[in-house]
Ligand binder design. Structure first.
Ligand code: ZN
Length: 363
């Protein structure tokens, strides 16, 4: 560990118990100017772990940016032990264009741990990896659903990694998804490099949604409490659901979609999820739940073609589990509010009587 009293972060000497806004230089522009990531280093007065919190690694995913900024709005906020690196926008070049991607259309979240002599994206990834991940003990990476979709707030990590699972449970979103993440993704490579990192997904692109912000700020504070960097008991729901399998239910026919569920809904096998029909209400085709589950994501665009993803369902063990999960999400103020807010953001209707949609039989 670096000497605690004074530490050099990104070229600045920062005293224990103080904080400083600094820039991490990551690239150079066409006009030869430096391109840098603005961040705040917050140092506790006593030694402890160093944690990074990142938003907008996909430059259009702003709920995490909103959550980080709302914590930074209080200049007194921070840990009493350890360091926190608060990075509202990691992908500054994507952010400048309201885009998920870098200007060369690469996904920065597939370029880690990076390469000092590679493409622009892998060079940036390398700088971030060396300057942030290699200096940290734990990480929280905040995302939203991709464009035209929304997510019920959930935490994703490798359940086999005990430290990741501990952070994910501590975050307390209520819904956890197993998986290491795609190759080259920030959290997968950071975890592999010895910095256990979780991903949080919630809401939509291009917005700061109040209930998602609430979940994310609560989660960040909860993690810091469990790591004993902030005093107090974490505000974590009594029961959380761990999902190992998920499936996108896809449209079988083209048409306009009427939704019968919303983010966070629990469903039983065979329950109507959505119905699509022609613009003048002909040819109704119903999509049904292939198993008992919870809606962790869905499309926000109500027009579909065959094969397009409509509902992302996390698999639950039985109808009894579905009822239990529904009760436990309703028992947590944060989750109940998230369900209410996200469901009033889209039209949800009762299913009408029609045949379920079926794929063409394969000869
Ligand atoms: Zn993302």
């Amino acid at each position: 560990m670096k000497d605690w009293k004074t530490q050099n972060w990104f070229g600045h000497e920062i005293e224990a118990g103080s904080h400083q806004n600094v820039d991490l230089e990551i690239s150079e522009s066409y006009s030869g100017r430096n391109i840098s990531i603005p961040l705040r280093v917050i140092r506790g007065s006593k030694p402890g772990p160093t944690v990074f919190v990142t938003g907008a690694l996909h430059g259009d995913e702003l709920n995490g940016t909103g959550a980080i900024r709302s914590l930074l709005a209080d200049p007194e906020w921070g840990p009493s032990c350890g360091n926190v690196l608060m990075i509202p926008v990691l992908n500054v070049l994507g952010f400048e264009r309201h885009s998920r991607y870098l200007p060369d259309r690469r996904d920065l979240n597939r370029c880690f741990p990076g390469n000092a002599s590679g493409s622009m994206a892998t060079r940036m990834a390398k700088v971030i990896f060396d300057a942030v991940v290699a200096q940290c003990d734990f990480g929280i990476d905040l995302h939203t659903a991709a464009v035209r979709r929304t997510n019920y707030p959930n935490v994703r990590c490798d359940f086999k990694n005990q430290e990741c699972l501990r952070l994910a449970m501590a975050f307390g979103a209520g819904v956890l998804l197993d998986g290491r993440g795609p190759k080259g993704s920030f959290r997968r490579e950071a975890t592999l490099a010895g910095c256990p990192t979780i991903v949080v997904e919630g809401g939509e692109v291009w917005k700061v949604e109040p209930s998602v912000l609430e979940c994310m700020t609560r989660g960040i504070v909860n993690v810091l409490k469990v790591l004993e960097m902030i005093e107090g008991e974490p505000d974590v729901p009594e029961n959380q659901v761990r999902l190992k399998h998920t499936k996108w239910v896809r449209a079988e026919h083209g048409g306009f979609m009427d939704m019968h569920v919303s983010p966070g809904s629990t469903v039983v096998k065979g329950q109507p999820l959505a119905t699509n029909s022609s613009l003048v209400q002909e040819d109704h085709n119903r999509l049904e739940a292939p198993f008992d589950g919870i809606v962790i994501g869905m499309t926000t665009l109500p027009a579909v073609q065959p094969g397009e993803p409509v509902i992302h369902l996390g698999k639950l063990a039985s109808p009894k589990t579905a009822r239990r999960v529904e009760k436990q999400t309703q028992a947590d103020d944060m989750q109940r509010t998230a369900q209410e807010h996200l469901s009033t953001n889209m039209q949800v209707t009762e299913p009408i009587d029609c045949e379920p949609s079926e794929s063409e039989p394969v000869e």
